[in-house]
Every structure is written in C-alpha cells, then in structure tokens.
Design a protein around this ligand. Structure first.
Ligand code: SF4
Length: 218
C-alpha cells in the first residue's frame, strides 16, 4: 500500500506545474525520483517532522507547496551529484538486506544497526572528517551547512529499495560525529515515542496522501 501511495506522490511531484521552472529538468528528476536508493521515505519523514513545527503549520498551502518542491528539487540535485561521483570512482554502496522484523526491534536484540536512519535525521553536523578523507571539499561544507531551510536529514542519506532502510552514501568517509553514535544512543532513539511515530507505515501513507492533495491543489 505504501509503495502505491509513493508512486502516486512521485507522479504528483513530476506533474506539478510549479516544478516547471528554469534550471529544473524533468527527465533527470524522473530518473532520480525512481532510483531505488533515492530517499523518498526519508523525505516523507522530513515532512512529518516539519508538520510538528510552528513555522510550517503557519504557512498557507501555496507556500507549503513551493517549499515541498524546493526540498525535492534540492534533494534530487545532491543525490545526482553524489551518485555521479561515487559511480565515477566505482564506490556506489551495496544494498544490505535487513529482515523486516529487525527494523522495529531494539538494537540489543538484533546486533547493532537496524538501518532506521534516525541518527542521520540531522539538518547539519560538525564537519570533523578523518584525516585523508577524499570526498570533494564542498561536501564537507555541505555536511556542516546542510541542504538549507526545511531539510531535516543529512544530505548523504540514501535509502535501500524504498524500504525506509538507511544507507550512508559516504559511509567509508563519514565524519567522526557519525562514528561516535553508539548502541546506547541508538537504544534511546528506538525507545523515543516521537521517533517511532515516523516509522509507522500508516502515518507514512497518510502523509503521502496529504502531500498529493497539496501538490494537486485539491
Ligand atoms: S554522513 Fe552518513 S552516517 Fe553521517 S549523518 Fe550523513 S548519512 Fe548518516
């Protein structure tokens, strides 16, 4: 059901007249939005977080629509850039398969990372990278500054096969703060009620539907 609603959301985004503007090329966006590692579930979670914030709640629908399309366009842009660089360097991440029952379990039940992506739901972070990290310098600044207003997860977070499972696209070069997130922090996150709401498939479906209505203007 979620996959069906996400398909409708992709179409609503690509059909939106507000998306057709200089610098926005629909053919690449179509390809990126349908890429198996594009983080569409995390975009939905991004919106669910925004919906709890006063500034978003006070925005009229046309502003929300414009903000949503900006988020999507910027996210597609950074995804393309990172994908192109990783492909060129033959460093595209492999998709690990995580059993569905492991996803909602606590880390001590399953081994450490369940790929929930919660630790990567940060707008920006301290750009303290290990010595010799060879990614483009601009990406280090991007980690520090974030993608901009209304983005609520890391620029380098990707998703495995639309399953809501996180992949760090720069895992081999990830910054030091990401390396210090340990099992206790993970356990706290997985026990946080607000965070667990973001994982609820029925809430994700409702969010998809709300966004389709927002984009279609009805
Ligand atoms: S760099 Fe990787 S591990 Fe660190 S927050 Fe971003 S996606 Fe997560």
């Amino acid at each position: 059901m979620l996959q069906v609603e996400m398909g409708k959301l992709r179409r609503a985004i690509l059909d939106s007249p507000a998306l057709v503007r200089p610098g926005c090329h629909l053919a690449p966006m179509h390809k990126v939005l349908h890429h198996p590692m594009f983080p569409l579930t995390f975009l939905l979670r991004n919106v669910m977080i925004l919906e709890t914030e006063a500034h978003w709640q006070s925005m009229p629908p046309h502003q929300k629509r414009a903000a949503l399309l900006s988020i999507v366009t910027e996210r597609c842009g950074v995804f393309s850039e990172v994908h192109e660089w990783l492909d060129l360097h033959r460093k595209l991440p492999a998709i690990k398969v995580v059993p569905p029952d492991a996803f909602h379990a606590l880390p001590h039940d399953t081994g450490y990372c369940t790929h929930c992506g919660g630790c990567c739901e940060i707008a920006s972070g301290l750009a303290d990278f290990p010595a010799g990290t060879e990614i483009p310098p601009a990406w280090k600044r991007l980690f520090a500054d974030g993608l901009g207003a209304n983005h609520r997860f890391c620029a380098f977070l990707w998703e495995a096969n639309g399953q809501g499972l996180s992949i760090c696209s720069i895992h081999a070069w990830r910054p030091n703060p990401c390396r210090t997130f340990a099992v206790d922090e993970c356990r706290n996150l997985m026990e946080d009620v607000d965070f667990c709401t973001l994982l609820d498939p029925s809430r994700l479906i409702e969010t998809c539907r709300r966004l389709c209505v927002l984009l279609n203007g009805r």
